[in-house]
Design a protein around this ligand. Structure first.
Ligand code: SF4
Ligand code: MG
Length: 331
């Protein structure tokens, strides 16, 4: 059981004119080889910032990794120099974003874009690179790959373009793929095809995937484990079955009550009355207090400890912690 990634107490802040925003406030999780971890939550919960931090894409100097550690196969990524990071980005760790059009260069052929990374990082010959590009297009299900290498992005449909983006992300055979809302811009049928493609690729390559999404339908389809983020914290993490069938955090329960509908994929999650707290001055206690139907006094004052429910399921909520009663009486 190989751990590809170990994120420990990651903290990321952004300096703005309004003050400092604590976007990620102590996030920890592991990722195993061949596993898909979905990070879910409303927009602004810190899920994209977390993945950008792993990728070394926090825009400096406004953004700062304040604390914590990101180990990729035992190597510390935080604090790595730009040139060191560039050797890892796109080679060992690849990232796919929401909009396939902006990810592709309209002035270069698909073949040029596919082979660029290989030629730079793997020092293969032109002919080998072309052969590999053809194989990748086959892997992602693009017919007539040899002919299509000469074409430009606009000559492909949206779904095909996202397949090409995936092929580019995978051509250097990374061990970790980070996909931030990879199907959000696509229509439902294409979305389903792309998710199947992820599963196929994972079976063939044993790649580890972090999937950032607000769409629980997508999560239900391809995640092995789920981390639920709220106000810069992972409030619950567990196997897909545990999270879907026996969620413990009131926020997770609220999310699941808004039954995912595949025809509403473009809507942001807004299942629970109220809004998340302002991260300029994050609350001392549980950030969900204001929206939580079960909030107790202790919740307001002290952030809950992590309670381990089972080997693969943990939650940050006072309802699961027997010490809440004692603290309740003290406060
Ligand atoms: Fe609700 Fe308290 Fe649990 Fe937070 S810690 S989710 S406020 S019960
Ligand atoms: Mg996002």
């Amino acid at each position: 059981d190989v751990k590809v990634l170990q994120v420990d107490n990651l903290q990321v802040s952004f300096r703005t004119y309004g003050g400092e925003v604590e976007a990620v406030r102590g996030v920890s999780f592991d990722l195993h080889q061949g596993e898909t971890l979905a990070i879910v939550g409303e927009s602004g919960c810190g899920k994209s910032v977390t993945s950008n931090a792993i990728m070394g894409l926090i825009p400096e100097p406004a953004g700062v990794i304040k604390n914590g550690s990101v180990l990729f196969k035992g190597k510390e990524l935080t604090g790595m120099s730009k040139p060191q990071l560039r050797k890892i980005q796109g080679v060992d760790i690849s990232m796919i974003f929401q909009d396939p059009m902006t990810a592709l260069n309209p002035t270069l052929t698909i073949g040029e874009q596919l082979t660029e990374g290989l030629r730079t990082h793997k020092k293969v010959s032109k002919q080998e690179a072309k052969q590999k590009a053809i194989e990748m297009l086959e892997l992602v299900g693009i017919p007539n790959p040899k002919e299509r290498l000469k074409q430009f992005p606009h000559q492909f449909s949206g779904g095909m373009r996202q397949r090409i983006v995936i092929a580019i992300a995978l051509i250097c055979e990374p061990e970790l793929l980070i996909a931030d809302e990879p199907t959000t811009a696509l229509d439902v049928t294409i979305q389903a095809q792309i998710l199947e493609l992820f599963e196929e690729i994972q079976q063939k390559t044993n790649i580890s995937i972090i999937l950032i999404t607000h769409d629980l339908g997508v999560v239900a389809k391809i995640a092995d484990r789920i981390a639920v983020m709220y106000a810069g914290k992972v409030v619950e993490i567990g196997d897909k079955r545990a999270i879907f069938y026996t969620p413990e955090h009131p926020y997770t329960k609220g999310l699941l009550n808004s039954v995912p509908r595949l025809d509403l994929v473009e809507e942001e999650l807004q299942p629970i009355e109220g809004t998340p707290p302002d991260l300029f001055s994050p609350p001392k206690g549980c950030p969900f207090t204001a929206r939580c139907p079960y909030a107790m006094e202790v919740c307001d004052h002290v952030y809950p400890f992590t309670t381990t429910i089972s080997e693969s399921h943990a939650v940050d909520c006072w309802l699961q912690d027997e010490r809440a009663k004692v603290l309740q009486e003290l406060s």
